[in-house]
Design a binder for this molecule. Structure first.
Ligand code: 13P
Ligand code: SF4
Length: 432
């Protein structure tokens, strides 16, 4: 018999225990314990870390999930998903992001970060359907990279991303026009062959933004290749306009030696983004005023408390965290970096992790030789990742068995063409 502890990775089980009173762990809202379908008819991101964010008018809504799926228990849904996948065989591939709930991830053929899952979509040209258990921008990216006859399915259309929603294409077009007034024609290179500004978008953005970037000589990045991509951009432009996540932009540029005072902010609700013209002219990286509500929950106080309570603790946070949190941590890296750092630790170690709770709990269960906990003691998963419940997964898979494609995500051709250009530039950019 193994002497190692057995750890339940399920955030759902943790929430049910909180509601039942058998766990004293705090949660940001007890609404998390009810089915996400309760929120499909209400405006807003739903319970979880984005519940205080303003959802854009016109954000995709999910229609009513049939009662059979809402009323089924965990074991029944498990069996139905398994059976539907068996019937569909290689006709379908199920992708699961690291932040998905355990009850969904266990059915995924591939589990990974947004970049790895985009590649997984690319590598399955023969699958008729790609069921993407993640959020909207990831499904759009899979559609951009998959074949025209492949259907990319998002099990719950309300699974958007509050950060991606913070950069709207009209606001970005408007920003570009205002920057041209300050910096001069944006497509004209200077004597050194550098244009005034190169737009760089985080993968966590809509296809429309990726298309904008592709049309204006820019590029996409992920949290695992942001430094390589910024080098690519600095080789072509005097400045970078980075969106939507100010924190990833700031943390990456700071680590590359760009001083904070040369990173003016662009708030789309203010004239000139709330910065002065001279600040924009002197800027090296113009940071869009966006953030992730999951990673904004992490604080320096939490790190200090972890260090006080667990001497020798290794603190690793995601670069979507605020700069002071990244500075106070021992390391910062993408979800895949965090996963690999834990897998590579040969001695039993205590890890305090600053990223989404589903991934942290799964890592704790996979590595019982280590003590692994989330820096934020409050159980508060990503609201939109949380929208993908096994009920929706069972529904879209059984519909595929019946020959019906539900919740297909399609990027319009005029957007897809330049968006692919921006993605291809990222795939071709290599570290120096
Ligand atoms: P990665 O999957 O690129 O690590 O991004 C983290 C994230 O916030 C996804 O929504
Ligand atoms: Fe968006 Fe943050 Fe959720 Fe990722 S974790 S989907 S960036 S809100």
């Amino acid at each position: 018999m193994s002497l190692l502890r057995s750890i339940d990775p399920s955030v759902d089980h943790a929430l049910q225990a909180i509601i039942a009173g058998t766990s004293l762990d705090p949660t940001c809202t007890t609404d998390l314990a009810v089915g996400p379908w309760d929120f499909d008819s209400r405006p807003g991101y739903g319970p979880g870390s984005s519940m205080g964010d303003v959802i854009p008018v016109g954000a995709p809504r999910q229609g009513e999930l049939p009662a059979a799926y809402r009323e089924a228990g965990e074991d029944e849904l498990d069996a139905r998903i398994h059976a539907a996948k068996q019937t569909l065989g290689d006709r379908v591939v199920v992708l699961g992001h690291f932040y998905q709930r355990e009850e969904v991830v266990r059915h995924a053929d591939y589990v990974g970060d947004s970049f790895q899952l985009a590649n997984a979509a690319l590598e399955h040209p023969d699958a008729e359907a790609i069921v993407f258990c993640g959020v909207h921008f990831m499904a759009e990216t899979a559609d951009l990279l998959s074949g025209p006859d492949q259907a990319v399915v998002l099990p719950n259309l309300a699974a958007g991303c509050s950060m991606a929603d913070m950069a709207d294409i009209d606001q970005v077009e408007d920003c570009w026009e205002q920057l041209a007034e300050v910096l001069g024609p944006l497509d004209e290179p200077d004597a050194d062959g550098l244009v005034p500004v190169i737009p760089v978008t985080y993968m966590n953005s809509s296809a429309a933004i990726k298309g904008f970037v592709g049309r204006h000589g820019g590029i996409v990045c992920t949290s695992s290749n942001a430094a390589t991509v910024l080098e690519w951009a600095f080789a072509r432009g005097r400045r970078v306009l980075f969106f939507p996540d100010q924190h990833l932009g700031r943390n990456t540029a700071k680590a590359m030696g760009v001083p904070l005072e040369r990173m003016p902010m662009w708030n789309p609700r203010r004239p000139l983004g709330g910065s002065r013209a001279d600040e924009l002219r002197d800027g090296r990286v113009i940071l869009w005023h966006g953030f992730c509500s999951v990673h904004r929950r992490f604080t320096v106080d939490q790190i200090e408390q972890a260090r006080a309570e667990h001497p020798g603790v290794r603190v690793i946070v995601h670069p979507e965290c605020p700069v002071e949190v990244v500075d106070a941590a021992d390391e910062a890296g993408s979800t895949d970096y965090i996963r690999k750092a834990i897998a590579a630790a040969t001695e039993p170690t205590t890890f305090a992790i600053g990223t989404e709770i589903n991934l942290v709990r799964r890592l704790a269960a996979q590595h019982p030789q280590h003590e692994i906990f989330c820096l934020d003691p409050v159980v508060c998963p990503c609201s939109t990742m949380y929208r993908i419940h096994p009920g929706y997964l069972a529904w879209v898979l059984e519909e595929l068995v019946a020959g019906r494609v539900q919740n297909r995500i399609r990027v319009a051709d005029d957007v897809a063409q330049p968006a692919r250009v921006a993605l291809q530039r990222m795939l071709a950019a290599r570290p120096r």
